[in-house]
Design a protein around this ligand. Structure first.
Ligand code: ADP
Length: 395
């Protein structure tokens, strides 16, 4: 069995796979939350949902609780049934270019990068240590959201800021959603029947957080998120790219300090900020259907920013684009959002098939018309499966 772990400062999300032959089969998923507060654990085995209010004063107690409940629910006989654990880690800085075994040296790298991902890397590190102490025989593997983008050339990842900011403070573009882009690139090679080194893609990962990746010859050439996830396209609650002087200006105007302004750009902007209704695309498109002006403006701005990047990335790919792919919550499910985006891509001769755009599907579906210059797909991403397959390779 292989366990996949996505840990935050007060939560551990997990998914357990059994491996039959070489095929992962999802057995159980769940969430331990309110760690350090009181503790709540949900474990879903098939359709059965089990809830526990186990006390969790730290990550170690949460891990103990998860493993004990696994045994009680007869999901595992003992800890040794789980041969490998894959951790989703947000930031690997510029040293980690692929998934790694979490040796002491690599754990140090996760720790060093806390300064770049202060909200994410600490939770991952605490969870790694907790699982390591409870399951010393399991192989621990780290998959990083940033590593897929380490192929970006310098002229793409560098900001035109003083060079010393890069040399002394690691200020550069890192990008995120790399595990999803890795999965989608592999899937696209399979879908398009091409070698991975030959695929050129524009992948729009549109979830609550959203980014776009320009994949040239199977590798990330550029992406929209930057030093942090705040850059790039407009998102559920994040502003994406703005004039950076707004920060100083609005701070002076309102008296908010730098942290408060950054917080507002992360949590009160984007679809939520403009529509004044919700960060959830379903609520926004429902309001658009009812003629709400601010929701219509929000969707329009959202689509404009994405289509701008699609055109820019098609330019980087010298117009040799094998597919435009939409994925994650909005990309997989919102026909209205995809239509709004593609309607604004004027420099490429692309057209959506409206029926296929709204049609249900399993794994992926081509949603463009046969005469579209570039095929357009919606594809279901699966970051946990990507991590599971990676751990399997290490085992
Ligand atoms: P994240 O992992 O970044 O939290 P997800 O990839 O789960 O986000 O995407 C969440 C977003 O997907 C929600 O905000 C919602 O707007 C959108 N979404 C999910 N399901 C649908 C749906 N059926 N139709 C339209 N939008 C949807």
């Amino acid at each position: 069995m292989i366990l996949i772990v996505n840990a935050g400062s007060s939560s551990i999300k997990f998914k357990l796979y059994s491996i039959e032959g070489k095929t992962p089969n999802a057995l159980v998923e769940g969430l331990a939350e309110r760690i350090t507060v009181d503790g709540a654990l949900t474990i879903k085995v098939g359709d059965q949902k089990h809830e526990f209010d186990d006390k969790m004063s730290d990550h170690l107690e949460a891990v103990t609780s998860i493993l004990n409940r696994f045994k009680e629910l007869e999901v595992i006989k003992n800890e040794e049934d789980i041969k490998g654990i894959g951790f989703r880690i947000v930031h690997g800085g510029d040293k980690v270019v692929k998934p790694v075994e979490l040796t002491d040296e690599m754990k140090k790298v996760v720790e060093e990068n806390i300064r770049l991902a202060p909200l994410h890397n600490p939770g991952a590190l605490t969870a790694i240590n907790a699982f390591e102490s409870k399951m010393p025989k399991a192989k621990l593997v780290g998959c990083f959201d940033t590593s897929f983008h380490q192929t970006m050339p310098k002229e793409k990842f560098l900001y035109p800021t003083p060079y010393s900011w890069y040399e002394d403070h690691a200020v550069r573009k890192y990008g995120m959603h790399g595990i999803s882009y890795d999965y989608i690139t592999l899937k696209a090679a399979e879908m398009l029947n091409k070698k991975i080194d030959d695929v050129n893609l524009i992948i729009c990962h549109l979830g609550n957080g959203a980014s776009i990746c320009c994949v040239k010859n199977g590798k990330s050439l550029d992406t929209t998120m930057g030093l942090t996830p705040l850059a790039g396209v407009m998102m559920g609650t994040r502003a994406g790219d703005i004039d950076s002087s707004i920060i100083q200006y609005i701070s002076k105007e309102t008296g908010m300090d730098l942290n408060q302004v950054t917080d507002a750009l992360n949590k009160e902007s984007g679809l939520l900020g403009v529509s004044g209704i919700s960060s959830d695309m379903r609520d926004v498109t429902t309001a658009v259907e009812k003629g709400d002006e601010r929701a219509t403006l929000a969707l329009d701005m959202y689509a404009t920013r994405i289509s701008d990047y699609i055109v820019k990335y098609a330019n980087y790919l010298e117009n040799k684009v094998d597919a435009i792919i939409f994925t994650a919550g909005v990309g997989e499910n919102s026909a209205a959002a995809k239509k709004a985006v593609i309607d604004k891509v004027k420099l490429l001769n692309v057209t959506l098939d409206d029926t296929k755009n709204s049609q249900g599907y399993d794994d992926y579906l081509e949603i463009s018309t046969p005469d579209s210059q570039v095929p357009i797909y919606k594809v279901r991403t699966d970051e946990e499966l990507m991590i599971c397959n990676t751990v399997l390779k290490f085992l």
